[in-house]
Structures are given as C-alpha cells and as structure tokens.
Write a protein that binds this ligand. Structure first.
Ligand code: NDP
Ligand code: MG
Length: 384
C-alpha cells in the first residue's frame, strides 16, 4: 500500500484524478511536477506541501517560488527536476502521468530507484517497453498499469501463475469521437469534433489518439510489453460503452473480464493499494441501467492508425518508437489546425517507411529513432 507518492504530471487529467485518490487514501505527497500550469501548480503545492515541485522552465520555476514563499518546498525545473521527482527516496510510488515520449527517462529513473510505478504514460512502454520491463526486473521495480484496459488485464491475470495458460488478451476500444463516420467525412474533420470523446474526459493528445484509434494501437503495443505476449495473442474489439475495460481468454475457453463505470480513479487507486482493494469515490456499476453492452470488429480501413500500430508491433525493435514519434508530431500539428485528419496516418506511414528499424535497441537508439521519425513527419507536413 502506497504511503508517499510522487506525481509526474500532477496538473493533467490523470494527475488531478490521482490527487482525488490521494485525498481518499490519506497518502503523503513527496513531489508534484507539471509543464506550465502555474496557477494549478500553486494551488496544489499550497494544499499538499510537497518537498519538491517541478515546472518545465526556469522562468516558471522562479514564478512558482515567488508565489509560494514556502522555504520547505524546493522548486526545480526541466528534465533534471523530473528525474529528481521520479527517484526521490521519500516516495515509495511514482505515478507517471506526463504525456508523450518525454516520460521515458523519468520512468526509467523511477524504475532504477526501485519504485512502485503507476504507469499512465503509455508512450514510454510503446517506445522502450523491452528496456523498461527488463530494468524493472533488474531493479525490483513494480509496474502497475493505470491505463484502464491494462489495469483490467492485470486484474484478470491476478492469480494466474502460468502465462502459458493465456490464449488471448482482448482489448476493448470505445471507438473514440469518430466511430461510424465514413472516410469521406473524416477527410475534413477538425479537432473540435475529434476532441468530443463519448465516455472519457482526458488530455487533448490522448483524445485525438482515440479519434484516430492510434490510442488502441499504442495500447496493443503496451499490452505486448507489459504482459510479454506476442502480437498474435492480442486482439481489439470495439465496445462503445466503455464498461468492459478488457478481457483475458484462457486455454480452457474461460474468458475473464473486468467491468466498471468509466472512471480512471478506479485503476489509479488500485495502482496505489494493490494487492488490496478499498472504498473508492467512483460510482458503482448498475448493470440494470448501464444499457446493452455491444461488441464489434474495428474498421482498419477507416482508421488506418490502428493497422499501422499493429504492423509496428509485428516489426518490433525501434518501429514502435518511430510510430510514436511521428504520431506525437502529427497530433501536435493537427491540434494547431495545420494538417488534416488523414495526414496523421499518412505521416506515420511515411516515417515508418523511411526510418530504418533497429532490433533490441539501446536507449540511445530509441531516442535516435524518435528524432528521425519526428524529422520525417515534419518533412511530410511541408511536402504534402
Ligand atoms: P494531460 O495533457 O491532461 O496532462 C499532461 C501532464 O503533463 C500535465 O500535468 C502537463 O502539465 C504535463 N506536461 C505537459 N508538457 C510538459 C512538459 N513539457 N514538461 C513537463 N510536464 C509537462 O494528459 P493526460 O493526463 O490525459 O495523460 C497523461 C498520460 O496518461 C498520457 O500518456 C496518456 O496517454 C495516459 N493516459 C491518460 C488517460 C486519461 O484518462 N487521461 C487514460 C489512460 C492513459 P501542464 O498542465 O502544465 O501542461
Ligand atoms: Mg486506455
């Protein structure tokens, strides 16, 4: 059971919900970090009095220090601050809730400090899953997924001593804002529509990833790494209601699922309390009113990003980092209204065809693949 926590990305969607859980459980806070949301960080620091608070730039860190006037809160900035927050001896658990590949090095720092990691930042496992998981074994760090699908699988696998008994992991996908739309309609679809997720309120980047269905592709790779499963043993079904969070099919034909209302505080809390379960602020699930539960095959033609991610999963090595790096650039450009919906998948495909794949990559090779993928995506935007 977590006693003291560091939250990387405390001002975001997962970060704030983690603080709700912290309130519920009475956990102490060692460190809070954010990008630029000075106002929210100031409020959080006043309430939780962490030993360390981290902003993305020196200027913001100076402003936070001035606003706080609290000699007990050390203020740092940038990557050094994030690395320090990730490895603080005072914290037993680190929640990685920053968005994107920038979460990789802090996650590795937490792993090497032997922390329990509540892993929300999926891009980390997508880019460097093999490395992170092998270092976690080496340093005795416990990685507990926060992503609702992986938390569901984690729960279905509790008590399963032999992974050889697992026939298939089944990830459920809400289908995002654009489920049921035609390619013609999506060609001109803008961010305002893409940001309207039917079931979850999340940060902008992941909400766009849901609209393209790349989010499910990232989760496909994340599942492969977390549970050390080959891609052939993972499948995706569209389940619009987000009540069944994922399933595990066993060799004998038994299928276990985890159900619950779509509320991230449930998986976040389990990451803090595991192996125990305690009361949660989330609503209970009422099977009589949650409506019919439906399941359908994903449409890989209308949502090519999912297919690209499955291809990267089969290729392995740095292919997944290339997919992710190009996508991060593409989503940022889409959010700035600079490119169209299908430019996201086209730029990823372009980067994947250009950047050479390295198998069993080192951290440096992963970072280089990410850099080349971003460069290829940006060149694609200029030429299109
Ligand atoms: P948000 O965009 O809501 O929050 C991101 C956090 O990262 C914020 O605290 C933000 O600070 C911080 N951040 C942004 N840029 C920087 C930077 N340059 N340096 C340091 N910190 C930075 O994202 P979410 O909470 O939605 O998602 C976080 C991660 O969790 C993602 O990887 C996502 O895929 C994953 N996830 C999220 C789920 C959800 O329900 N939201 C579900 C499953 C997984 P600031 O506020 O100052 O910008
Ligand atoms: Mg998810």
């Amino acid at each position: 059971m977590t006693k003291t926590i560091s939250i990387l990305g405390s001002t975001g969607s997962i970060g704030r919900q983690t603080l709700d859980v912290v309130d519920q459980l009475g956990v102490r806070v060692a460190a809070l970090t954010c990008g630029s949301n000075l106002e929210r960080m100031t409020e959080q620091c006043r309430k939780y009095r962490p030993q360390l608070a981290v902003m993305s730039t020196k200027e913001l860190a100076d402003r936070l220090q001035t606003a706080l006037q609290d000699p007990e809160i050390r203020v740092m900035w940038g990557k050094d601050g994030l690395l320090e927050a990730a490895a603080m001896p005072e914290a037993d658990t680190v929640i990685t809730a920053v968005v994107g590949m920038m979460g990789l090095e802090p996650t590795l720092a937490a792993v090497r400090a032997g922390k329990r990691i509540g892993l929300a930042n999926k891009e980390t496992l997508v880019c460097a899953g093999e490395l992170v998981m092998s270092e976690a074994d080496l340093y005795g760090a416990e990685i507990i997924p926060v992503d609702s699908e992986h938390s569901a699988i984690f729960q279905c696998l509790m008590g399963c001593g032999d992974r050889g008994e697992v026939k298939r992991l089944i990830l459920t996908a809400s289908g995002g804002a654009f489920y049921g739309k035609t390619m013609e309609e999506l060609r001109t679809a803008k961010k305002d529509e893409a940001l309207k997720h039917p079931n979850w309120k999340m940060g902008q980047k992941i909400t766009i990833d849901c609209a393209t269905m790349l989010n499910k592709g990232l989760e496909f790779i994340e599942a492969m790494r977390l549970y050390r499963m080959p891609p052939e043993k993972i499948s995706v079904v569209v389940h619009r209601q987000s009540i069944v969070h994922s399933l595990v099919e066993f060799k004998d034909g038994a299928v276990l699922a985890q159900l619950g209302v779509p509320d991230m505080r449930i998986p976040i809390q389990l990451a803090l309390t595991y192996p125990n379960r305690v009361e949660s602020p989330a609503d209970g699930l009422d099977l009589l009113t949650c409506g019919p539960l439906t399941f359908a095959a994903p449409d890989l033609e209308t949502f090519p990003c999912l297919k690209l991610a499955m291809d990267a999963a089969h290729t392995g090595g740095t292919a997944c980092a290339v997919l992710n790096g190009a996508n991060e650039e593409a989503v940022a450009a889409y959010l700035r209204d600079e490119i169209g919906f299908y430019d996201i998948s086209d730029s990823i495909a372009c980067a994947m065809s250009q950047v050479p794949v390295v198998q069993n990559p080192s951290l440096e090779q992963i970072l280089e693949a990410d850099r080349l993928a971003r460069q290829a995506a940006k060149q694609y935007f200029l030429k299109r």
